[in-house]
Design a protein around this ligand. Structure first.
Ligand SMILES: [Zn+2]
Ligand SMILES: [Zn+2]
Length: 134
């Protein structure tokens, strides 16, 4: 397990390094994630709060997630790549799986909001499936 692990945005203006081992990897099929991804779901690497050090400028906005908890979404203001979300309620930080320099050592373990998953995708065979967030 390559701890710390690093990643960054598409244009290279934002880089980050994470000093802690991920707690889990999730696929989220909620409506917000689908809209933001421009695709069927987002894959997020959950890490403890405070374990991600960012270099470069992030822009962010805070919304209420489908779960009712606040969520701050951070992205590169130049290329728009979603870097990470700060999840309130002690859940931690979700780093976008697709921004890791090397994500080959991680795979999704949980799927959230399978009730909202697009009917044309096949869910992973070995994940825990939750119809919503809880
Ligand atoms: Zn960028
Ligand atoms: Zn979601």
């Amino acid at each position: 397990m390559p701890i710390p692990f690093e990643g960054g945005c598409h244009c290279g203006a934002v880089r980050y390094i994470c000093s802690e081992e991920p707690t889990t990897v999730v696929n989220c099929h909620c409506g917000d994630c689908q809209q933001i991804a421009g695709s069927a779901f987002i894959t997020g690497v959950l890490v403890p709060e405070g374990s991600v050090k960012v270099s470069g400028e992030l822009k962010s906005y805070r919304v209420k997630a489908d779960s009712g908890n606040g969520i701050t979404r951070n992205f590169c203001p130049i290329c728009g790549t979603r870097i990470m979300v700060e999840l309130e309620g002690g859940v931690g930080v979700g780093v976008s799986y697709t921004t890791l320099d090397d994500s080959s050592w991680l795979e999704p373990a949980i799927e959230f909001y399978t009730s909202k998953a697009q009917p044309w995708i096949n869910l992973c065979s070995n994940t825990e499936k939750l119809t919503d967030m809880t």
